[in-house]
Write a protein that binds this ligand. Structure first.
Ligand SMILES: NC(=[NH2+])NCCC[C@H](N)C(=O)O
Length: 576
């Protein structure tokens, strides 16, 4: 149950009953401090101002008609007219009880929507690099959260699999084949292969001519070129899949909807935009002038959708792609997890999409942008030699570092167990470090921080889970089979229960805002609440119904942490 939403509904109804206009916002939020109650409604002041009445008096009227008997123990008016709501411990205990009995931990399913999530989107014949890492792990956490809420999610890996570069890549692939080498070996360093192709293209005129010829042939559907192109796509996908699997990212080959998929739509889109008078010819190219974007002379900015030579652009593809997602996939919502540097590109493409009426306003197109990944020195994240960091190398290093850490902590464990723990911790650390930061800020990649056992980190959260789980292991108890009832008496018990019952709010916020750091902060706070509870309220050494109740609180904590981490794509360990 979403308590905030419930209270918001209750207070909204009371506002109207007290004379406020229909639809006045109740603005119920979690309280910043316990002395302000569990929740606070801040909507009264705005309404009183509109009505020209005294806010404290109006708040009093609202409280009189507010129907929260049995839910709240107490309400009070504070400051200029805030309503502080103190929840009843008996009611909280009841809610916690039903959350524990429910495999969804009491989280209600949302009204089902078709949601397309565009994420990862690396490029063919290029290594996945750290920039794609952010899109991949943030997007995947949001996908898991949306699915948990019951939405129909379509994972769209907008692979960069089209463009004029394929001419030189095909020509070079052919050259390698002619030389009789082992192609899969030759392409194991796909980035090197790309550089080599580029060099040949720049330096060898005959090669460049073949390459240009292949571009034309590929675009007109020539079988030979298509087959070679497919080979390149396949090799890239295999390499990416290894990264996805290691990172426990839920993408597979089936989710690839690359740029090439929209190729057949592009001519039609340009024709249609011309017919609608949205695109006009300018110096031989097809251009859309957008008033809402100004160029440096203060004039409407021109966005090219077809070049003079007939070629289409990245923007043209994204226009067609958005159209497709609405028309063919019936999207209710489309989320794009792309680097903030592509913001203007997306805004322009979508502005054209809306002008052309390809998607109704009721369907949201959302750019969930993120900042750059920086090194510890605050500069773009690079290898020591100054090159781009390959994702696979980064993950290898994470495992090496985590192994050392686990070795120090648990020298007595079997090598096999240590290796398994190290791998789980390593991938979690890389993901969690990224997920826990506000998405839009640049993110500083720091091994020591992400692998620390203190603070808002993966090892800390994984260990928090293991610690609760070990209580049950030690007592030989099963979290699914506990007798007795939850009784909330101690202050720390109440704080823990309140936090546990905010899980749904966290899940829904992540789904709404596409910001997984909300879940990380929630879990970190929950772990903190559990620690304070555990210190103040002994579990196994207490007796009778107190012991049973506390065991149940611990069980719900373990399940909530595990579920929350799993929505982030992070695995837990029973021992670590
Ligand atoms: N619909 C989109 N434009 N998705 C993002 C594509 C990202 C692009 N392949 C890149 O590496 O920068």
């Amino acid at each position: 149950m979403n308590i905030q939403a419930l209270l918001n509904e209750k207070v909204s109804a009371a506002l109207v009953a007290a004379g406020a206009p229909e639809g006045s916002p109740a603005a119920v939020r979690q309280s910043a401090k316990p002395q302000f109650g569990d929740y606070q409604a801040n909507g009264v002041m705005g309404v009183a101002k509109k009505l020209g009445t005294n806010p404290r008096e109006f708040a009093q009227k609202v409280i009189e008609v507010l129907d929260i008997d049995g839910i709240a123990a107490k309400t009070e008016i504070a400051g200029p007219g805030f309503i502080n709501i103190f929840l009843s411990t008996a009611w909280l205990a009841e809610q916690a009880e039903s959350a524990l009995a429910d495999s969804r931990l009491g989280v209600e399913s949302a009204e089902k929507q078709n949601i397309i999530v565009d994420y990862s989107a690396p490029n063919v014949a290029k290594e996945m690099h750290v920039g794609h890492l952010r899109s991949t792990i943030i997007g995947d956490a949001v996908v898991r959260t949306l699915e948990f809420l019951g939405h129909n999610v379509i994972r769209a890996n907008h692979l960069g699999d089209w463009g004029t570069q394929f001419g030189m890549l095909i020509a070079n692939l052919e050259r390698h084949e002619a030389e009789g080498g082992d192609i899969s070996m030759d392409l194991s360093d796909i980035e090197g292969f790309y550089r080599e192709s580029k060099k040949l293209y720049d330096e060898d005129e005959e090669f460049a001519q073949t390459a240009r010829n292949y571009v034309v042939r590929l675009q007109s559907g020539d079988e030979y070129c298509k087959e070679k192109w497919q080979q390149l796509v396949k090799i890239t996908l295999e390499q990416n899949q290894r990264n996805y699997d290691r990172l426990n990212v839920s993408l597979t080959d089936k989710d690839v909807m690359g740029e090439s998929m929209y190729n057949d739509m592009l001519a039609g889109v340009v024709e249609d935009l011309k017919a609608k008078g949205i695109a006009v010819e300018d110096d031989g190219a097809q251009v859309v002038f957008l008033d809402e974007f100004k160029n440096k002379d203060g004039e409407a900015m021109g966005v090219i959708i077809q070049k003079r030579d007939g070629g289409y652009l990245y923007t043209t593809t994204d226009i067609a792609c958005a159209k497709y997602r609405y028309e063919q996939l019936n999207a209710d919502r489309v989320l794009y997890f792309i680097d903030s540097r592509q913001h203007q590109h997306l805004m322009q493409a979508w502005s054209i999409v809306r002008k052309a009426g390809y998607i109704p306003e009721s369907v949201s197109l959302e750019h969930h942008a993120f900042g750059m990944m920086l090194g510890k020195d605050g500069r773009p994240f690079k290898t020591r030699a100054g090159g781009t960091v390959r994702l696979a190398d980064l993950l290898d290093e994470a495992e090496i570092r985590a192994s050392k850490l686990i070795e120090e902590k648990n020298p007595e464990m079997s090598a096999e167990e240590k290796a398994q723990i190290a791998e789980t911790v390593a991938m979690a650390a890389v993901k969690y470090a990224d997920l826990s930061k506000h998405r839009t800020t640049d993110y500083i990649f720091d091994w020591d921080n992400m692998l620390a056992f203190e603070g808002n980190t993966a090892p800390y959260m994984q260990y928090a889970y293991t610690r609760v789980a070990s209580i049950f292991a030690k007592a030989g108890l099963d979290t699914d089979n506990l007798d007795g009832a939850i009784i909330v008496t101690e202050e720390k018990e109440k704080a823990l229960v309140s936090k546990l019952l905010q899980f749904e709010e966290a899940v829904q916020s992540v789904a709404r805002e596409g910001q997984p750091h909300i879940m990380c902060s929630y879990l970190f706070e929950l772990a903190g609440n559990f620690s304070s509870f555990y210190e103040a309220c002994p579990i196994l050494s207490s007796e009778g119904e107190t012991r049973q109740s506390r065991l149940k609180l611990a069980a719900l904590t373990a399940k909530t942490i595990k579920q929350g981490l799993s929505l982030l794509g992070i695995n837990t360990l029973e021992r670590m």
